[in-house]
Design a protein around this ligand. Structure first.
Ligand code: 2NL
Length: 373
C-alpha cells in the first residue's frame, strides 16, 4: 500500500514539474499574429521603467492604474486571453497571473520606498526648533482712566471708605431734585443734560449713588462712588462721557476739619507729600459751605506755566458740608448728623498727573497714546 502511494506521489511530482517546464519554455500564441512573448517582455520592461521613474505617490498610482487598473494592460491581456484556443488558455493565463503578481510586487516595493522618503522629507521640513522663543500674543492693559480711578479708590479704601455703584440712566429726582436742584434750576438745562424721558436722565454726576445709599443705609456712612457720567459738552477739556469719583461721609459730629484733612491727605498720597493743597470758598447747591480744592501745579511746582496758566495752582475737585436740603430729601436729621462730600473728575486728575492737554485723547483709543501709561 505504502509503495503504491509513493508511486502516485512521484507521478504527481513529475507531472507538476513538467507542466511548469512547459509554461516557462513553451512560447504561447496570442491569437492570429500575436505572439505572447513578443507582448510580454516590452510590457514588463515599460512597466518597470515607469515604476522606477515615478517620483511621487501620485505618479506611481497613475502607473498602477495604467497597468493593473480595471481598464489597464493586464485587463486587456485577460480579454485577449478569452479569444485564445482553449488548450492555450491555462498557460497564457498562468503567464498573465505571473506578470500581474510581478507588477503588484514592484508596485508595493516602490510604494513603500516612496512613502518612507515622503515621511523623512516631511520630518525634515516640519522640524520644530524648540529653542525658538514662543509666539507672544499682544495682551491688553488697563485704560489709563480706569487705572487712575483705581488709584483714587484705593486711597479711600485704605481709610475705610466702601465703594458704591448705581445706574447710569438715573431718575431726575435722584440726580437733581434730592440734591437741592429743583425744577427750573439752571443745572437742569437741556443744553447740559441728556434727557432719556421726562423724568429720566443720563446721570450728570455720581451724587445720585450717594442719595440712594443714604436712603438705604443708616449712618455712619463712608462711601466712594466712582463711575461714568454724562454732560452735553464737547471740546478739549470736556467730553460728553467722563468719569467721576465722589465721596461721602455722614456721622454724628463730622467737621470741616475732617473734610480738609481727608482731602489734603488724599492729594499728597496721589501726587507726592510735598505738594501743597489749598481750599477756596465756592458754591454748590448740595453743600454748604462749599469749597474748591487746589493743589500746587505739579508741572512748574508753583512757578507758573502753560498748564496752570501762570497761576501756580490747579483745581482738582470740589467739596463741602452736606446741605440741610439734602438731609431733608433723604429724611436724615441734620441736628443729629453732619457730613461732608467731595467730587473730582478722573480725566482731569489724569491730565494733571501726566501733562495731557486734550481730554479727547482718552477716548480715541490710539494705542500709541494708550500704551504710554
Ligand atoms: C466737583 C464737585 C462735588 C459733591 C460733589 C455731594 C453729594 C451728595 C451731597 C452733597 Cl449726595 N454733595 N457731592 C459735593 C461737592 C462737590 O463735586 O467738582 N466734581 C467734579
Amino acid at each position: 500500500m505504502e509503495g503504491i502511494l509513493h508511486f502516485v506521489a512521484k507521478l504527481t511530482y513529475l507531472s507538476v514539474y513538467s507542466k511548469i517546464f512547459l509554461l516557462v519554455y513553451q512560447p504561447v500564441n496570442f491569437g492570429d499574429d500575436d505572439d505572447f512573448m513578443d507582448n510580454y517582455e516590452p510590457i514588463r520592461e515599460s512597466f518597470l521603467k515607469e515604476v522606477a521613474a515615478s517620483s511621487s505617490l501620485d505618479a506611481l498610482y497613475a502607473v498602477k492604474v495604467k497597468y493593473i487598473g480595471k481598464k489597464g494592460v493586464i485587463s486587456e491581456l485577460n480579454k485577449a486571453l478569452a479569444k485564445l484556443p482553449s488548450e492555450e488558455k491555462p498557460i497564457a493565463g498562468f503567464e498573465i497571473g505571473k506578470l500581474r503578481n510581478e507588477f503588484s510586487a514592484a508596485y508595493d516595493d516602490k510604494e513603500s520606498s516612496l512613502k518612507e522618503r515622503e515621511l523623512s522629507e516631511k520630518l525634515i521640513s516640519e522640524q520644530i526648533d524648540v529653542t525658538l522663543p514662543g509666539l507672544t500674543l499682544p495682551i491688553g492693559r488697563e485704560h489709563i482712566i480706569n487705572k487712575t480711578a483705581g488709584e483714587i479708590s484705593a486711597f479711600f479704601a485704605s481709610i475705610g471708605y466702601l465703594k458704591a455703584t448705581g445706574p447710569e440712566v438715573e431718575l431726575d429726582y435722584y440726580n437733581f431734585e434730592a440734591l437741592n436742584m429743583p425744577y427750573g434750576h439752571p443745572a437742569r438745562d437741556m443744553q447740559d443734560t441728556f434727557y432719556v424721558s421726562d423724568y429720566e436722565v443720563l446721570r450728570t454726576h455720581t451724587s445720585p449713588v450717594q442719595i440712594r445709599t443714604m436712603l438705604a443705609c443708616k449712618p455712619p456712612i463712608r462711601i466712594i462712588a466712582p463711575g461714568k457720567v454724562y454732560r452735553s459738552d464737547y471740546d478739549v477739556t470736556h467730553s460728553p462721557m467722563f468719569h467721576q469719583v465722589e465721596g461721602l461721609y455722614i456721622d454724628e459730629n463730622i467737621s470741616m476739619g475732617e473734610l480738609k484733612g481727608t482731602l489734603e491727605h488724599f492729594v499728597k498720597a496721589l501726587f507726592g507729600s510735598d505738594v501743597p493743597v489749598r481750599f477756596r470758598a465756592s458754591y454748590f447747591p448740595f453743600t454748604e459751605p462749599s469749597m474748591e480744592v487746589d493743589m500746587g501745579c505739579s508741572i512748574c511746582s508753583g512757578g507758573g506755566c502753560r498748564v496752570c496758566k501762570g497761576a501756580g495752582w490747579l483745581e482738582i475737585g470740589g467739596c463741602g458740608m452736606v446741605a440741610p436740603e439734602v438731609f431733608d430729601a433723604v429724611r436724615l436729621d441734620y441736628n443729629k448728623f453732619s457730613g461732608f462730600a467731595f467730587g473730582m473728575g478722573v480725566e482731569r486728575i489724569a491730565m494733571l498727573k501726566y501733562g495731557i492737554d486734550d481730554i479727547r485723547l482718552f477716548f480715541e483709543n490710539h494705542l500709541k497714546f494708550l500704551n504710554q501709561f
